[in-house]
Write a protein that binds this ligand. Structure first.
Ligand SMILES: C[S@@+](CC[C@H](N)C(=O)[O-])C[C@H]1O[C@@H](n2cnc3c(N)ncnc32)[C@H](O)[C@@H]1O
Length: 587
């Protein structure tokens, strides 16, 4: 049946059948009954309205391997996401069910391989069924839009150099971050160390300059490259390269344009015969990377040549990342490359950055509060509930701005000295002055009036006490008040900014900043969090490898799946099986 021509009645029948199928799976109906529902036309693409469950999600929830296999065999969509954007594969992952996870991942790899083959056969655009490849016309998903967007080189809250891309609507997205330096360093080691041609100076091709991290590392090799070709199309990056003098470095040749413009040019291939090729572009999908792979045999000089790429595709989803990683391995094997993977832990360590420790924040029902020091340096992570709402750059800027403004009005040492002086003055000045005043008033007067004159002097003393107190306290009070007003102004500015920068259909968080009170230097930054997410079969209590960020925990009331003991957990050494996101290099 062609769904596009289906009448409302047909659709109703189909959705009823789809719902029946999912109910049957959840109620442990026998395989034959489930099979007969599918044969009767129950669609495997159907997803429930409230939760977005597919039949495959339901089968995984039941940890029924045979059923999941049967559903995939009959065309279940391996990468369908529920309403919380969680795939059946991730549900399997959260249940620590390696067998089921691998079944779905392999179905994904097969499906992507097939699509790539079909698109090649029909000379069509590279195909992928991954939702990540949905047509993204923004500067983060389209090369043309990216190349006509503005870039800004700056440093982030942690003092790291970053390159930001200005998106439509004002939001800024990181094109390249300084934290990737370690990855680039390891990549250069693996590409160049022990290379048989190292002593003659390697011939290197790098695609995408960005912050120039990898190019700088190539230049710093103990034997600098004999040839170093850099392909870079973005005008702002090219201007940045020029300002740093890259166009005048010996042995360096900059090709201004996209790699697609050069890989088939005679010129590059003549220069070519590269010992080392590296690519790390932006806003390109796997289809483009696959095309680059296919150009490699003409670019590499021989069997000793090495190639690596920045594997960030599908990087926000453990399953998709895994599928892409395997897919790229298979595609590289097709052109005769042996592939080696190396995991690198890029979690900022305490030696590099100060990270907010558990005692520095409090998680309330609908609010998270961070207690920041005015000298706060380093990274404060975006609360997990807000990660899909607040971009990292915006979060970092705000944490920095709140800390700066609030700390300008907090000087605990000065406050202590000032208030000690105040206490001394308030007490000592009247004690010293009262007898002096009494004596001055009484001088030459009737001795019987001494008591009355002392009473007057004491009154004056009280006046001096109050006056001295006001003299010391009013400036502190006014100073703290100005601080609070500045913070309030900042918060109002954020409200206006959020109207423009954040998606108004989503939850808009409310920010509260409490500057330090007297003697204290801890700034309380609170931010409201969205209500708990809807139901999903994802088990939030699952043991997850450290590099995989679990989705936002669902409503605890929903969590009914018993968790396996870590000792039985097949994913305990998960690093070996699913490479870390964004931190893997293919060397
Ligand atoms: C993530 S940055 C590269 C960072 C670099 N590896 C480093 O170590 O700093 C991506 C770069 O690729 C460039 N780029 C994007 N599309 C490209 C294409 N089709 N061909 C060549 N470069 C491209 C971007 O302009 C950007 O400078």
């Amino acid at each position: 049946m062609d769904d596009s021509e289906a009448s409302p009645e047909d659709i109703k029948v189909l959705t009823d059948l789809g719902q029946l199928l999912i109910d049957a799976i959840l109620q442990d109906e026998p395989l034959e009954k489930i099979n007969s529902l599918i044969d009767a036309g129950a669609p495997l693409w159907y997803q429930t309205e409230d939760e977005g469950l597919s039949a495959l999600h339901a089968a995984v929830h039941k940890e029924d391997f045979d059923l999941a296999k049967m559903l995939l065999g009959k065309g279940a969509i391996w990468n369908a996401v529920d309403n919380e954007k969680i795939t059946a594969g991730e549900v399997a992952l959260s249940l620590n069910d390696e067998k089921l996870y691998t079944l779905i991942r392999d179905a994904g790899i097969r499906s992507e391989m097939l699509l790539a083959l079909l698109s090649k056969k029909h000379h069509s655009e590279p195909a992928s069924s991954l939702i990540l490849r949905s047509t993204d016309e923004s500067a983060a998903g389209s090369t043309d839009a990216f190349l006509s967007s503005k870039l800004r080189y700056t440093t982030d809250a942690g003092g790291q150099e970053i390159c930001l891309l200005q998106m439509d609507g004002g939001e800024e997205v990181g094109v390249m971050m300084g934290w990737e330096r370690e990855i680039m360093g390891e990549t250069v080691n693996r590409l160049c160390e022990d290379h048989p041609n190292f002593d003659q100076g390697l011939k290197i091709l790098n695609v995408g300059f960005g912050l120039g991290i990898i190019d700088t590392l190539f230049q710093q090799l103990s034997v600098p490259p004999s040839q170093h070709v850099i392909i870079e199309p973005h005008p702002d990056v090219l201007a940045h390269m020029k300002s740093l003098g890259w166009d005048r470095k010996p042995g360096v040749r900059i090709l201004a344009g996209k790699w697609q413009d050069f890989v088939e040019s005679e010129d590059l291939l003549q220069t070519g015969g590269f010992d080392v090729v590296y690519t790390d572009t932006f806003s390109e999908d796997y289809g483009e990377l696959h095309k680059f792979f296919e150009a490699l045999p003409d670019l590499l000089s021989g069997t000793e040549s090495r190639f690596s790429f920045f594997n960030g595709l599908g990087a926000t989803n453990a399953l998709f990342y895994d599928v892409y990683t395997h897919l790229s391995e298979l595609h590289l094997a097709e052109i005769g490359l042996d592939v080696e993977w190396r995991d690198l832990d890029v979690t900022p360590s305490s030696k590099d950055h100060s990270i907010v420790t558990m005692s520095d924040f409090e998680r309330g029902k609908n609010q998270v509060t961070f207690y920041l020091s005015p000298n706060q340096r380093g990274i404060i992570p975006v609360p997990v509930e807000l990660q899909r709402i607040i971009p990292d750059t915006l979060w970092n800027e705000r944490v920095q701005a709140a800390t700066q403004v609030a700390s300008r009005y907090s000087k605990p040492l000065f406050e202590r000295i000032w208030l000690t002086l105040a206490l001394i003055s308030i007490v000592v000045v009247p004690i010293v002055l009262v007898p002096v005043i009494a004596k001055a008033i009484h001088e030459g007067q009737d001795p019987d009036t001494l008591g009355a004159h002392y009473a007057i002097a004491r009154g004056v003393g009280i006046g001096i006490f109050v006056g001295t107190a006001l003299l010391f306290f009013i400036p502190v009070f006014v100073w703290k008040l100005i601080g609070r007003m500045q913070v309030r102004r900042l918060l109002q500015h954020w409200i206006v900014e959020d109207r423009v920068m954040l998606d108004q259909t989503q939850f808009i968080p409310k920010w509260i900043v409490k500057p330090p009170s007297v003697f204290r230097d801890s700034i309380a930054l609170s931010i409201t969090t969205p209500p708990p997410m809807g139901a999903t079969l994802y088990n939030p209590a699952a043991y997850m490898p450290s590099h995989i960020t679990a989705p936002t925990p669902p409503d605890p009331a929903f969590t009914t799946i018993p968790l396996r003991k870590e000792a039985d957990n097949p994913f305990a050494d998960f690093d070996e099986k699913v490479p870390a996101r964004g931190d893997i290099r293919n060397v």
